[in-house]
Design a protein. Sequence first.
Length: 285
Amino acid sequence: MSVNKSERAEIIKNIDVFAFGMQKKILNMALTAGAKSSHLGGGLSMVDIIATLFEGIMRHDTNSPLNSERDRFILSKGHGVLGYYSALSQAGYLSEDELQTFEQPETELLGHPVINRRKGIEFSTGSLGMGLSLGIGVALSLKRKGSDYRVFVLMGDGESNEGSVWEGVMAASQFELENLTVIVDRNCYQQTGANENIMSMGDVASKFQSFGWEAFNVDGHDLSALYDVLGQRSSSKPHAVIAKTVKGKGVSFIENNNSWHHAVLTKSNYEDALEELMQRRAGSR
């Protein structure tokens, strides 16, 4: 759908508000998490990507979550649920009270997403490398039904070390799944350290291109650039967006500090982080 300059500016503004709301919700969930880990860094790195999808790109309706005429989103890096749940809450699928049950006993909001389509969760994920295969199946089904709805799969760059990812990349190209878009959250870290030291991915975009995909590099925190590239669609090729991000984006003592891959916020940490977010927000106006 094409929009004029004024409409586009309003969309970007709304995405920005959506993303800020997500950041605050993420900090709240990380503070009250029932488990001893919350994957805070990777949840924050994906905020701008997922905000752009849910607020600016995807066709979905919180009042009709099972409507077959909806775009599908699959979080393959399932540990990034803080970013996922915060977006679902910001969009209206989850209440604030539900967010406070994150990782608590008998919660529906576990440390990895469990399928609940009425609440916007399309699939259970968490075993790294599986989300793309799920997305390929959905995209192929929609294509064969003659539907023009799209499938978006958000992956981690560390996750892309998995061989199943590249089997999926080949299959998506073979089936000419132009309705499939993969976004790689390229924050350059995984659980135990920097990707460069564990399994370097090199030029990820060129790898996708060599398998017959259209692939683009983008600043994963530039809302305008994200909106433009995620809105694109090829006539015959799957679409890969390699989004360069900062792990822990938005909170200086968390940014690119991999010890926050698992860590849970203390009350003091939370207050410092929230104050910094608020100050950055005020300074950007």
